[in-house]
Design a protein around this ligand. Structure first.
Ligand code: NAP
Length: 411
């Protein structure tokens, strides 16, 4: 925590959930100690990220700078909100608590784990409501084809997350040598099953299977991965020259088709961290169907000015340095360096790469496409790997499934 704090230490014990979409800025505050789920986190700037605000169990202590003791609370987007009630906490008690347990300093971190947990809690309520009001339980079918250990792990994680919030998951596993016809017929059967609202085919598939054919056998409404051509086409339509209905891209839950999970998770991370997208220069590194291309479309729909960078781009470093927001989806460990970045930019790191690490029991560790240790020093906000985009991908899969159930039942 910073030096010259003379200090008024205050505690907010209940934060109003009506602030959930807004960062709160505290004038004259230069650091926070956030106690969240028995953890202490120090944020070394005046911004209280929105995902802490949404959680009523969060207790917040903050230190006021000597020069300015007017603890004004400034919601970033709305001027109509009332500030949360504040009560003064005994300074000595808080100081004692801090000296016992040194808070871990995580500056400008966008914590996907915490944000995704908040989303799962919200979804659990929606699942319950669908059960109570419409007697419908959201159902997700998951097809695991072949024996890849990483795919098995991902499928387990997805099914566990379903259980956690009350979505019924139906698992189908196949040997590596399963025929294309068998998979296609199963998908067709699931398309007709009213208990199934979403169908997920865990990728990649064994090489003898045609991924394109199998994915596009899933109906648009049940394609909760958002990877069929019909869903991708919907995402790429700007609605400017066709039709009269403009979609509200600020309300992704209400978009009437499925958006790929990882890109949707990236936008949700920005939104729930109070990061403005409109008018910003966004640089997306990678142009895959799975991440780079759809996240670019989403950013464009949210009125960012986008540049997509790929393996044939000249002078990537210069292009990336123009970004207010940088999304890295390359698949190369620690690819983006601090001197590529505009100081104060926001970085979302989608990459998941394993690198050798003898200090770990398993001999490796996961890192992103961004050199986190050096880049966190120049960014305004950055996601870690793991614990950034990864958990959001699962949360968005579940959101798509709940949305599919709502739409199927006109709820
Ligand atoms: P991908 O299909 O392999 O695409 C990689 C993209 O990076 C391509 O567009 C490629 O350009 C570009 N690229 C490769 N080398 C480059 C270079 N030297 N300079 C500039 N661009 C380069 O990968 P993906 O499926 O999009 O995934 C990207 C990363 O995200 C991977 O690490 C993956 O594991 C991770 N991922 C994470 C999640 C999650 O939930 N967190 C979900 C999906 C993916 P070209 O098109 O020119 O080849």
């Amino acid at each position: 925590m910073s030096h010259n704090l003379n200090l008024a230490v205050l505690a907010i014990t209940t934060i109003l959930s009506s602030f959930s979409k807004n960062n709160i800025y505290f004038r004259g505050v230069n650091s926070f100690v956030i106690q969240h789920n028995n953890r202490q986190i120090t944020a070394n700037n005046s911004r209280l990220p929105s995902h802490y605000i949404a959680t009523t169990s969060t207790t917040l202590s903050f230190a006021l700078n000597n020069n300015n003791n007017n603890n004004n609370i400034i919601p970033k987007r709305s001027s109509t909100m009332c500030p949360p009630a504040m009560t003064k906490a005994p300074a000595s008690a808080t100081a004692q608590q801090q000296s016992k347990q040194q808070p871990k300093t995580i500056t400008n971190l966008i914590n996907g784990k915490i944000i995704s947990e908040t989303i799962l809690t919200e979804l659990k309520e929606e699942v319950l409501e669908l059960q109570e009001r419409y007697e419908k339980t959201a159902g997700l079918a998951v097809l695991l084809i072949g024996s890849r250990r990483d795919s098995q792990t991902y499928v387990n994680m997805k099914q566990k997350a379903c259980e956690k919030i009350g979505i019924r998951s139906y698992g189908y596993t196949y040997e590596d040598n399963v025929t294309q016809d068998e998979i296609v017929n199963k998908v067709k059967e699931l398309n007709e099953d009213d208990n199934i609202h979403g169908i997920l085919i865990q990728l990649p598939l064994p090489s003898h299977l045609d991924e394109d054919v199998i994915i596009n056998t899933v109906t648009k409404d049940k394609d909760v991965d958002g990877l069929t051509k019909l869903n991708i086409a919907s995402l790429c339509s700007t609605n400017t020259h066709v039709g009269t209905t403009k979609l509200d891209w600020n309300a992704m839950r209400d978009i009437p088709f499925h958006i790929a999970c990882t890109p949707q998770g990236c936008i949700e991370l920005l939104d729930r961290s109070g990061i403005e997208i409109e008018g910003k220069r966004a640089i997306i590194i990678g142009r895959s169907n799975l991440v780079g291309m759809p996240v670019s479309m989403l950013l464009m729909h949210r009125n960012a000015t986008i540049t997509i960078v790929h393996s044939r781009t000249n002078n990537i470093k210069k292009v990336v340095s123009e970004g207010d927001i940088v999304i890295a989806a390359v698949g190369k460990a620690n690819f983006v360096k601090a001197d590529w970045l505009k100081p104060g930019c926001v970085v979302i790191d989608v990459g998941i790469n394993s690198i050798d690490d003898d200090s770990r029991k398993r001999g490796y560790r996961l890192v992103g496409d961004v050199d986190f240790e050096e880049c966190k020093l120049v960014t305004d906000a950055i996601t870690p790997v793991p614990g950034g985009v990864g958990p959001m991908t699962i949360a968005m899969l579940l959101r798509n499934t709940v949305n599919a159930c709502r739409r199927a039942n006109h709820a």
